[in-house]
Ligand binder design. Structure first.
Ligand code: 5GP
Length: 217
């Protein structure tokens, strides 16, 4: 898939695509929210989904909530960088905002599962940084799911089972963090982002800069 972008006027580096995956309850949403408010260069990718809107969610802020038919049309029109079935619904990442953010030299954060991460990796390769967040223990994961107070025993048992299958993909990620404490985990994510931005191949204009240095200009 060609998502190559021309350098924009204010870009000193290539934008970064940051994937955060974890089983639900490992603290991923909290870390995402904190990263977004701490770092103005990062914007969130808003997915489309066929799942019904939950209490407290907002159309086009949390997701683009669409019908099954609309989702089919988006697939047919080639509007997704990736899409996958998760639980009983389908989720997909719109292509256009990703392209726009990269062009502007911004970084984009994706809260997607392992299936979407594999597809993004295939489409975007080197621009992608994959981070997996693990819970500190099974007991703590279950405690966090129950603390939300939104799900009954049956749903929690299902989510725990699903957590096992999500975690089995941990080795497909570049970085794996254990979220024992939110502040520490956020600091680790920020350290990864800072280091990845400094990678040689992401720094545009480095070649002429070094050429001038070497030439004594
Ligand atoms: P929820 O319905 O609880 O918001 O999300 C359920 C799961 O779907 C989460 O694991 C989340 O990471 C995943 N997800 C959300 N958006 C996307 C997407 O655009 N693509 C893929 N592949 N997974 C997504």
């Amino acid at each position: 898939m060609d998502l190559s972008v021309e350098p924009g006027p204010n870009r000193t580096r290539r934008g970064l695509l940051i994937v955060l995956s974890s089983p639900s309850g490992a603290g991923k949403s909290t870390i995402s929210r904190m990263l977004l408010s701490a770092d103005p260069e990062v914007t969130m990718s808003i997915s489309a989904t066929t799942r019904p809107i939950r209490k407290g969610e907002q159309q086009d802020r949390d997701y683009h909530f669409v019908s099954e038919g609309e989702f089919d049309q988006l697939i047919a029109a080639g509007e997704f960088v990736e899409w996958a079935p998760v639980f009983d619904y389908r989720y997909g990442t719109p292509k256009a905002p990703v392209k726009a953010a990269l062009k502007a030299g911004r970084d984009i954060l994706f809260d997607i599962d392992w299936q979407g991460t594999q597809q993004l990796h295939a489409a975007m390769g080197e621009d992608l940084v994959r981070i997996f967040i693990l819970p500190p223990s099974v007991q703590e994961l279950e405690r966090r799911l129950r603390a939300r107070g939104t799900d009954g025993d049956e749903v929690i048992a299902f989510r725990m089972q699903r957590a096992g299958s999500e975690i089995s993909h941990w080795a497909e990620y570049d970085y794996v963090l254990v979220n024992r404490d939110t502040d520490t985990c956020l600091a680790q994510v920020r350290a990864i982002v800072a280091a990845e931005r400094l990678k040689r191949q992401r720094q545009l204009g480095l070649v002429p800069f070094v050429r001038d240095l070497v030439a004594g200009r």
